[in-house]
Design a protein around this ligand. Structure first.
Ligand SMILES: *[C@@H]1O[C@H](CO)[C@@H](O)[C@H](O)[C@H]1NC(C)=O
Ligand SMILES: *[C@@H]1O[C@H](CO)[C@@H](O)[C@H](O)[C@H]1NC(C)=O
Length: 357
């Protein structure tokens, strides 16, 4: 091989990430990924999943970035098993699919660089206060546990304002304790919160969180009315699909969400039309999902209340898009273009396609 070509090849290898395995604790897999010219950066991923509780505490290489401890039938974790060389630099830790029923308040206190923590599919019934304060977390997954009551202050992290995504879906949560207004610590920086499939009967008080995404799917919410979403003016996506109840949608129920862009109310067959005023105040709403609800007849009034609306799904497979019909040209001063909803039944049009061909 001519040497300039060889050099180019070597450079290419050095710049793109290369993966190699390295010696590791028996049963675990250690993969090293190197980046940069002449492998100047390396990240080690350690997979110790499915080995059993005896592996704890497991020694890991010094430069470990991600550690997978899932499916090991672990019952507890504390700071003495999550400590030692390698743990200090962890960025991701997976403890999912274990038998954790409690965690010690200081369990994660030595993980000073931890950004992603997966505790899903365990039996956690409670979270100690300030469990995550030492770490700069951006993702915490607590789905599929047995949590009943959760205090928002638990998610105060050492993130210096970085957005935090919290998944609390599939628990038994019936109450969320709001972050106290006069707390010494600032409110947690939760930007997306998944509370789907819990036991919430009312929209929880999430005031003061910088929330943009909220899911309350599958909760037995009794009512949505004025005041339900107080203090959530920054919310852009709200999902209220498959609610386990027949919620009343009161007039102005969403009026405190002027920045909302996407609203999902799908899969609520018993939800009934209470007039377009239900949606008043949603001046940024672009997408509305009403599929699988009783709200089939769409009065054009909707467009008056939802000036930014671009698309609506209704019934089984009907999708409507906003159309602007320009009037006569040149337009008369003071006349506005006619706006209408154009709806297509996608099942019908799909069925029609062979005819056209
Ligand atoms: C931490 O947990 C291990 C078992 O997982 C236990 O042997 C040890 O005593 C615990 N240490 C502390 C400080 O609680
Ligand atoms: C949390 O974990 C569950 C189960 O492992 C998974 O389905 C879900 O996608 C995870 N959530 C996030 C936000 O990654």
């Amino acid at each position: 091989m001519p040497w300039p070509l060889l050099l180019a090849l070597l450079l290419l290898l050095a710049v793109s990430g290369a993966q190699t395995t390295r010696p590791c604790f028996p049963g675990c897999q250690c993969e090293v990924e190197t980046f940069g010219l002449f492998d100047s950066f390396s990240l080690t991923q350690v997979d110790c999943s499915g080995l059993g509780p005896h592996i704890m505490p497991v020694p890991i290489p010094l430069d470990t970035a991600h550690l997978d401890l899932s499916s090991n039938r672990l019952e507890t974790v504390n700071e003495s098993v999550l400590a030692g060389p390698g743990y200090t630099t962890l960025v991701g830790l997976d403890l999912s699919h274990n038998l954790l029923t409690s965690i010690s308040p200081t369990a994660f206190s030595r993980l000073r660089y931890l950004e992603s923590l997966d505790l899903s599919h365990n039996g956690l019934a409670a979270l100690p206060a300030e469990s995550f304060t030492s770490s700069p977390l951006s993702d915490v997954n607590l789905s599929h546990n047995r949590l009943r009551e959760v205090s928002m202050s638990t998610f105060t992290t050492h993130s210096q304002g970085r957005a935090l995504h919290v998944d609390l879906s599939h628990n038994l949560i019936h109450h969320l304790v709001p972050h106290p207004a006069r707390a010494s610590l600032p409110p947690p920086t939760i930007q997306s919160l998944n509370l789907a499939w819990n036991r919430l009967r009312a929209v929880p008080n999430l005031q003061d969180l910088p929330l943009r995404y909220l899911s309350l799917d599958g909760n037995p919410l009794a009512a949505i009315g004025p005041g339900s979403f107080t203090g959530l003016a920054g919310l852009t996506h709200l999902s209220l699909a498959s609610l386990h109840s027949i919620p009343q949608l009161a007039h102005n129920g969403f009026s405190e969400l002027p920045g909302l862009q996407v609203l999902d109310l799908s899969g609520n067959p018993k939800l009934k039309w209470a007039g377009a005023e239900v949606f008043s105040g949603l001046r940024s709403l672009q997408e509305l999902d009403l599929s699988g609800t009783g709200l089939v007849a769409l009065p054009e009034m909707l467009l008056l209340h939802l000036p930014a609306l671009q698309s609506v799904s209704v019934g089984q497979d009907v999708h409507c898009r906003r159309l602007v019909r320009e009037g006569a040209y040149p337009r008369q001063p003071g006349s506005s273009p006619k706006v209408a909803l154009h709806c297509v039944d996608t099942r019908e049009s799909a069925a029609r396609v062979p005819d056209i061909l």
